[in-house]
Ligand binder design. Structure first.
Ligand SMILES: NC(=O)C1=CN([C@@H]2O[C@H](COP(=O)(O)OP(=O)(O)OC[C@H]3O[C@@H](n4cnc5c(N)ncnc54)[C@H](O)[C@@H]3O)[C@@H](O)[C@H]2O)C=CC1
Ligand SMILES: O=C([O-])CC(=O)C(=O)O
Length: 263
C-alpha cells in the first residue's frame, strides 16, 4: 500500500488525484492534501490540512508538491528529513543553488528520493543521455498566449491584453527565466538540470496572440548528434499558465515510485 500526500490542489493537484486510479496498479491511499485553507468535502473523503506537520503525521511514503516555489522552500527539506520521497513540480525553485544543496543533503541523509518530472515538456531522457556524451548547446523557446503571462513581470514589458503580434518578453539564461517567471517557466530549470546548467542554457520567452497552445521548442546539439523537440501543449482549463500534460507527467512519477518497472 502506497500512502500519498499532496501539497496544492489547483490545476495539477486536482488532475493528479483524478488520474491516480488509472496510473497506479498497486494499492494506494491519498492520506491528505496540504492547502492554504481547509477544503470541505474535498474528494473521496480525502482530508485537507493547513499545516505540514498534520500531513506528515499521516505517514505518507511520498508527497507530491504541486503548489509553487515557496512550498518547495518551506517544506522540501522537512519532508525529506522525515524519510518521505518528494515529487517536485515547481522545479524552478532549484535555480536557488543553496536550496538545491539543502534538498540534496536532506535526501542523502535519509532514504527519501527527489523526483523531478518532465512536466509540460518531453525529451528529458534524450537530453540527460546526450549530456553524458557531451553537450555543445541547449536552447529553449517557450511561446504562450498573452493570458498565460498575466500576473507576471511581462505585464510591465508589453500590453498583454492589447498585443497584436508576438513579442519576446525574455531572452537570457534558464536560471534568470526560472526566477523571473516562477509560475510559468519551471521547465527551463528541468532542461538546465538535465543539460548544460542554469547559466549555459539559453532561453527565449514569447507572448503570442496568434496561438492557443503553449508551444515548447527544445534544440540540443552535442557529440552524439542534435535534436529538436516541439510540443504544442493544450493549456489546463483550470490554469492557462500550466500545460495540461504536466499533471499526467507528475502522476507518472508517483506510479514509478510504486512500480518495479520504471518508465
Ligand atoms: N514542471 C512543470 O512542467 C510545471 C510546473 N508547474 C509548477 O506547479 C505549480 C502548481 O501549478 P498549478 O497546479 O497549475 O497551480 P494552481 O495555481 O492552479 O494551484 C496551486 C495551488 O497550490 C496552492 N498553494 C500554493 N502555495 C501553497 C503552499 N505553500 N501550501 C499549500 N498550498 C499552496 C494554491 O493555493 C493553489 O490552490 C506552479 O506554481 C508551478 O510552480 C506548473 C506548470 C508546469
Ligand atoms: O505548463 C507549462 O507550459 C510550463 C510551465 O508553466 C512551467 O514550466 O512552469
Amino acid at each position: 500500500m502506497i500512502k500519498i500526500g499532496l501539497i496544492g490542489f489547483g490545476a495539477i493537484g486536482q488532475c493528479v488525484i483524478a488520474t491516480l486510479p488509472k496510473a497506479l496498479t498497486e494499492e494506494y491511499q491519498v492520506v491528505g492534501i496540504l492547502t492554504r485553507k481547509n477544503i470541505d468535502n474535498l474528494v473521496n473523503d480525502i482530508s485537507s490540512y493547513t499545516n505540514i506537520d498534520q500531513l506528515l503525521a499521516q505517514h505518507p511514503d511520498i508527497i507530491v508538491e504541486c503548489a509553487g516555489h515557496d512550498a518547495v522552500k518551506e517544506y522540501g527539506c522537512k519532508i525529506l528529513a522525515a524519510n518521505i520521497s518528494l515529487v517536485i513540480s515547481s522545479i524552478g525553485a532549484l535555480a536557488d543553488s543553496h536550496l538545491y544543496e539543502q534538498l540534496k543533503h536532506a535526501s542523502t541523509n535519509s532514504q527519501a528520493k527527489i523526483y523531478l518530472p518532465a512536466g509540460a515538456i518531453g525529451g528529458i531522457d534524450a537530453l540527460v543521455a546526450a549530456k553524458l556524451g557531451g553537450l555543445n548547446e541547449v536552447t529553449y523557446t517557450m511561446r504562450k498566449p498573452p493570458k498565460a503571462w498575466l500576473g507576471t513581470v511581462a505585464e510591465a514589458l508589453v500590453d498583454l491584453n492589447g498585443l497584436q503580434q508576438a513579442e519576446v518578453i525574455f531572452s537570457g539564461s534558464a536560471g534568470e527565466a526560472a526566477t523571473l517567471y516562477p509560475k510559468n517557466t519551471n521547465v527551463t530549470a528541468t532542461i538546465a538540470l538535465a543539460g548544460l546548467g542554469f547559466e549555459e542554457t539559453k532561453v527565449q520567452l514569447i507572448a503570442d496572440p496568434e496561438i492557443e497552445d503553449n508551444i515548447h521548442e527544445i534544440w540540443v546539439s552535442g557529440e552524439t548528434g542534435s535534436f529538436t523537440i516541439v510540443l504544442a501543449g493544450k493549456p489546463s482549463s483550470y490554469n492557462p499558465k500550466t500545460s495540461a500534460l504536466t499533471a499526467f507527467s507528475v502522476t507518472n512519477c508517483v506510479a514509478n515510485f510504486g512500480s518495479s518497472i520504471i518508465i
